[in-house]
Design a protein around this ligand. Structure first.
Ligand SMILES: *Cc1c(COP(=O)(O)O)cnc(C)c1O
Length: 390
């Protein structure tokens, strides 16, 4: 095994990619794979995008790192632009999704602490959620297969079924500091929040004076056809975690917050050596350039409709294999009546890269700038794979 010195936390297939070209990953032998998983919604503009490469190269030839002991111009600009295009007034940068979530979890507790309400230190999360793999983020998601053996108790987190407003109302106590949820659950199965749910959660949080944090690490940054998925629900959160697509493949995470929520985060409360690094934030700005181009997000919705329609047709043609299509924008899932791991492997053999989610969902996270031709190619591979299943 070529990867035997790595910890056994992953089990990748034997393929080794050498380069990327837009929506394709290419092996040394020249085999081209259509990438419909994008490193889990990270390479939002495919591979080797000239605008992103230029931004990284340009900064790489200047300087790489100063730490936050000094001002970082790209970071200040990226924060300003994220705020100008969202509910937020303040941004904290980290290097990953989990760090962006951690910043928000700390903020929700510190917010009440600073107001003298030290009892309010518990967070309510959702069943089937995913917020990362650090101790605090696995506690917030509460998935037993991720917490097992790592700590005792609940580390200050309660959990309710996603979409059940009654259960949430019952779970809120005088100890609750805030609620965290994904507007579209990712790992849990590509499940958008039911109609009206986010609005009801927002109302409950306001009623109880607690904070609402949305984790948009997967569903944000244009993935659903809006810059952020909460916009579909007509609400504003207090805190939002972003990462994945934000760096287009360069590691970066961001915790966005309203002035009200962020005012507790003063000098000394939180920090990161690498967070907001000039290389990462230079690329983040370049990603935003592309996302904010006139009409781009509308194109995401148009491509989504086309892909969805094609998937639904295939589900009708192969009802023993494929089921319902779910999701929002270019964050799509299709139910598999055959094991989703085997579907993923067979599609990979046919040169289409996909992912899985939940127990029976095939996850599609193509680049946001994909073409109709990419959609047709993917549908054709899926069609052939289903036709030859038996
Ligand atoms: C991927 C993901 C995370 C964790 O991000 P990392 O960069 O792996 O730490 C958290 N929340 C959601 C919704 C995610 O999809």
């Amino acid at each position: 095994m070529p990867h035997s010195s790595l910890m056994a936390t992953y089990a990748p297939p034997e393929i080794l990619f050498e380069k990327g070209e837009g929506a394709y990953l290419i092996t040394r032998e020249g085999d081209r794979y259509l990438d419909f998983i994008s490193g889990i919604a990270v390479t939002a503009f495919g591979h080797n995008h000239p605008h992103l490469v230029a931004a990284l190269k340009n900064q790489a030839e200047k300087y790489w790192h100063t730490s936050n002991m000094f001002r970082v111009e790209h970071g200040e600009r990226l924060a300003e632009r994220l705020c100008a295009n969202s509910f937020a007034d303040r941004v904290f940068f980290g290097n990953s999704g989990a760090e962006a979530v951690e910043a928000g979890l700390k903020m929700m507790r510190r917010y009440h602490f600073d107001r003298g309400d030290t009892k309010r230190n518990r967070i309510i999360g959702m069943h089937n959620a995913f917020h990362g793999r650090t101790i605090a983020t696995v506690a917030a998601a509460g998935n037993p297969s991720h917490t097992k053996g790592f700590f005792e108790g609940d580390l200050g987190c309660d959990h309710v079924p996603f979409g059940d407003i009654q259960a949430l109302e019952t779970a809120i106590t005088e100890k609750t500091a805030g609620v965290i949820l994904e507007p579209v659950q990712g790992e849990g199965g590509i499940l958008p929040a039911p109609e009206g749910y986010l609005k009801a959660v927002r109302n409950l949080c306001d009623q109880h004076g607690i904070l609402l944090m949305v984790d948009e690490i997967q569903c944000g940054m244009g993935r659903t056809g809006k810059l952020f998925a909460y916009e579909w629900a007509g609400i504003e959160p207090d805190i939002l975690s972003s990462a994945k697509g934000l760096g287009g493949g360069f590691p970066v995470g961001a915790c966005l917050a309203s002035e009200k929520a962020a005012s507790c985060m003063v000098v000394g409360t939180h920090g990161s050596t690498f967070g907001g690094n000039p290389l990462a934030t230079a690329v983040g700005n370049a990603v935003l350039d592309l996302l904010l181009e006139n009409g781009f997000l509308e194109q995401v919705t148009a491509k989504s409709l086309k892909l969805r329609e094609g998937l639904q047709q295939l589900a009708g043609k192969h009802p023993a294999i494929l089921g319902d299509v779910q999701g929002l924008g270019l964050m799509l899932g299709i139910k598999c009546h055959v094991p989703n791991t085997e579907m993923l492997a067979r599609l990979r053999d046919a040169k289409l890269l996909t992912g899985r989610a939940g127990s029976d969902i095939l996850r599609l996270l193509p680049p946001l700038n994909l073409t109709d031709q990419h959609i047709e190619e993917a549908l054709e591979i899926l069609d052939k794979t289903c036709a030859h299943w038996g």
